[in-house]
Design a protein around this ligand. Sequence first.
Ligand code: ZN
Length: 232
Amino acid sequence: MLKKILRIIFLLIISIEIIALILFFARPHFSTRNIQKSKSEAISLLPDSCEEYVTHANQLNDSVRNYLEQSYLSGIGILKYYREIKPKIDSGKLVLIENNRHYLLDTMYYSYPFLTVKSADLLNEIGEKFHQKLKNTHLKKTKFIVTSLLRTVSSITRLRKRNRNAIKYSSHLHGTSFDISYDEFDNPKKLSAAEFEYLKEILAQSIFELRNEEKCWATHERWQTCFHVVSR
Ligand SMILES: [Zn+2]
């Protein structure tokens, strides 16, 4: 009798083990789920420094829809021809922009070196910030390059013949906008690729801070390698 009971218990244990083995191999995701969970927990614990670095340049992403109307309202209207600029200067609506200790003007074929007073102040403020940030570095003598300022309908038409991507309804028509190059800087010494990258980021940071203070809108233009800035 005892022998029979022991045999039944033995068969029972064997059957349980067989069922457990079948379950384990038939549904393997049961076993990997915990591994995946611990993996994602580990990733969530990684320090911030392991995340992809977001540059200030990439955060300058205002679209023309955000500001075109406000730019028009705070600007000088739209000028058709170059000859219409002088009356705006005489009435104090536009001021001449010239090279100074912070920046140089590029040779401009499709724009004129004028801005509204508020926009000229903004450009100077960017210049001040940029130099303040470089003050204690070996790059302190660097000047940035302004590549575009006021445009007229006539100059935009000429530009569009050359560059079909140029926007017809540009805020450059309002005297509120300017472009600053980020792949060209003026410096007594020859700059390395790393120094160019650094200067681009310092320039972007200067603009970014003023954008946070709601003094401007700004866009990182990839095609034209410049920061397009609109005073606010
Ligand atoms: Zn622009």
